[in-house]
Design a protein around this ligand. Sequence first.
Ligand code: HSE
Length: 310
Amino acid sequence: MKNEIRVFAPASVSNVACGFDVMGFAINEPGDEIILRLTEKSGVVITKITGDNGKITYDPYQNTAGAPVISMLKYLGMEKQGVEIEIHKKMPLGSGIGSSAASAVAAAFAANIILEANLPRNEVLNFALEGEKIASGAIHADNVAPCLYGGFILIRGYNPIDIIEIPVPENLYCTIIYPHIEIKTKEAREILPIEVKLVDAKTHWGNTAGLIAGLITNDLNLVSRSIQDVIIEPVRAKLIPNYYGIKNAALDAGSLGCNISGSGPSIFALSSSIESANKIGEAMQKEVEKIPLGCNVYVSKINKEGPRVI
Ligand code: HSE
């Protein structure tokens, strides 16, 4: 049995405008790194956390990386096994690009290997979801599933969870801008309406189906028409300063579609070439600087691999 493993798990964009809680895709950079080490002394201990400005708890039961490991040990009847965890956050917390999901996925993926559990991906998913639940207070797999499977994921249903992998056009690029404010997913969920109007639901499921069809058939025009959100965006846009200024700048610079990434404050914009993706990043950055706020810009293709041992 190997006694140490280091895993990278990627950031992800969830919701993708019209797929609240049911769609998401992984990107290449940034991502989190987790190290698991088997020890003689039983119990799960978090020994080191970097890149979090002291914000993440060392209590393994309350930690997005700790909880999946504890849970998997219990499931395997290996409670006596000692495990040390190091968490290296390589992306900002509360930024809307699946930071907690990346840590949870990296930990569950690493535990599955180092404990020689050989669980299939759909079972590893359940352990990672336990970590994500701690962070957002709700079970939603639209960051965890793309992070674990790679690619673009549709969660067709939750009871039981039904993961559908959607092929994406080869030339699809994603620009992400992260304005330096923090939005807590829990709080961004609390402000959402519990009920929606039938007329809005109709618009929404038309767009959701359109986006999936556009991705599968490589119809970027249809993808572009479908990246619309009449339910969540109008409510959450208020949490992001100059949101519509940033979005319009991305669209004017040639983006196929632009919207809030997860619960924000990051904003994603899709495009069909690296040149366009970079140009969109510059245009969005100018708008964020007007606020004025600092920001990070990430440009990436869709990550098809998910987590990897490094
Ligand atoms: N679907 C979730 C939400 C993602 O929008 O609340 C959170 O990152």
